[in-house]
Design a protein around this ligand. Sequence first.
Ligand code: G6P
Ligand code: MG
Length: 213
Amino acid sequence: QPQAIIFDLDGVLTDTSEYHYQAWKHLADDEGIPFTHEENDAHLRGVGRRDSLMYLIRGRQYSEEQIQEMMNRKNQYYNELIKKMSPGEVVPGGQALLEEIRKAGIKTAIASASKNADIVLDRLKITSLFDGIADGYSVVNGKPAADIFVYAAGLVHVPTHNCLGVEDADAGIEAIKNAGMRALAIGPSERFKRPDKVIPTLANVRLQTLLEV
Ligand code: G6P
Ligand code: MG
């Protein structure tokens, strides 16, 4: 049984992936850049802010100053969307699952690439259900680098090989595997290269399912 379960946030515990999409779409529309939901899923899910923008503007010339301004603008759009979030936007059964994990004596942690993870956790009122929180300020190298999952394991003092990671993005599953952890993928199985187990959603999942990974 794992000693810690480390969760990605966006797209796993809540559907903020949709808000990230809407914010990028708003920016793309501003700039006259075509951008679809399918492209978002295939190329931007779980990808950091700068790399997401680089995908969006590929082949177009922008200065570093313009790049900075566009990243800020997208973040403002995203912040507008998340400030209206409420605890009802935690995946159904999410709070109960986290409580069940903690009652079983297993540590819980967040490994999110987002610099807005604290705000989202606060809006969802689930901050206190985690023993450690690693976010977009914690490490330099983003997923698929192992760093953020290794950092989160360190926060809860559990060796990485005793951790289970939960992710909805393939870059995240790669990060988990690179960290030497078991990996539970959330989403369609075609999305992932080397998960240990795939389930379509974390909704109404109980601890037993996580222990079977
Ligand atoms: C997570 C999300 C991505 C987002 C990234 C950076 O990985 O899944 O969609 O681009 O965090 O988030 P931030 O809020 O710092 O722009
Ligand atoms: Mg995610």
